[in-house]
Design a protein around this ligand. Sequence first.
Ligand code: SF4
Ligand code: SF4
Length: 389
Amino acid sequence: MFIIPKLQLEDIFACAQCGYCVKKCPVYYFLGWESTSPRGKMFTLKEILGNNSRLDEQKIHKLGKPLSMRFFSCTFCGLCKEVCHVEVDLLEIWSKVREVLYELGIVPESIIKLSETVKQSKNIYMMDNTSRMDWVTYTGADVNFKDSAEVVYFVGCITSFSGRVQSIAQAVSSLLNYVNEDWTLLKDEWCCGHPLVLSGAIREARVLAFHNVEMIESTGAKKVVTGCPGCYLALKHEYPRLLGKKPKFEVLHSSQLLSTYITSGRLVVPKSDITLTYHDPCELGRISGIIREPRVVLQSVTDTFVEPEYFGRESICCGSGGLLKAVNPSLAESIAQRRYGMLASTNVEVIVSACPTCVQTLAQTATTMQNGKRVIDLSQLIAEQVGLM
Ligand code: SF4
Ligand code: SF4
């Protein structure tokens, strides 16, 4: 029997089944099945719970794989939570359910594979983790491996290993050097653990959190900067919960650090007449509330910055969140095409985002389109404008 915490139990029964969330859900938009909509999933949970505060294992086992697929067919974009008029924290509920499903061993095969991969290799690609810093050789970046520094740059798995976005690590490193920051990479960075949290593998995520915090704190760094919104969420919000204590460092997304450099005059970016639009990553914008800072950075580059349809807190997912790409790649692709279409219809030259996953997904989608747009990360845009890349 799994006990649902009181707060979430109240939330589940507070759901008025109004359906505001249904119309917003990107998964429902394509599947059209009530059972995979946020309202449908809330209804299912009420049915399983009955008059209990416990999730009956037998009932869950009976519903089995179809139930599991419903809760893993979700980008964790948080739009349902955003529009819920009774303020149900749906993301907390989805997380708790995934945790229960993982504990019971009824998660999709691809999720089991992914969590085993991260547990064994300490990254999401089953690569030898000692090759994590090979991007330095590939990009020719000038980096530091110091025993102590003011700032740690936490690169993250996708930026470290995926050739399409290693330029983000190169850009962040070159900008840190350009402003003479006292910074270092970690000598032994592990996956941040966010993919494990999304899988429901909480105990396994804790092991990674413990290691990374120990590594970061050993440098005495006051700040950790990352360009990945998933790593940001893990380091800032998930680690204190996983470890039961707040780490001794401040966590910043690269857009926040760049915005501070620019507003303080430490980084001067030459203006250009380039036309841009910006895709707010769900985990950075809506979920972490970092909406203003990327725009401060963008507006330092150009006066011709165009907001797309749905932006800021209302931004729509690129399709790769919540591990959906691992569970249902074709659905993830459809969501990506829809979002790419909205961004491309602004008729700008370049689509900018601030997340390696969003950049990778949208850039990949652009290659399948006629006259596909250039898609780059905010840090790369700035490094290019300053003449570092
Ligand atoms: S988090 Fe996003 S994808 Fe998941 S149920 Fe809510 S709106 Fe749908
Ligand atoms: S918007 Fe909130 S109250 Fe309405 S169906 Fe969705 S979760 Fe329930």
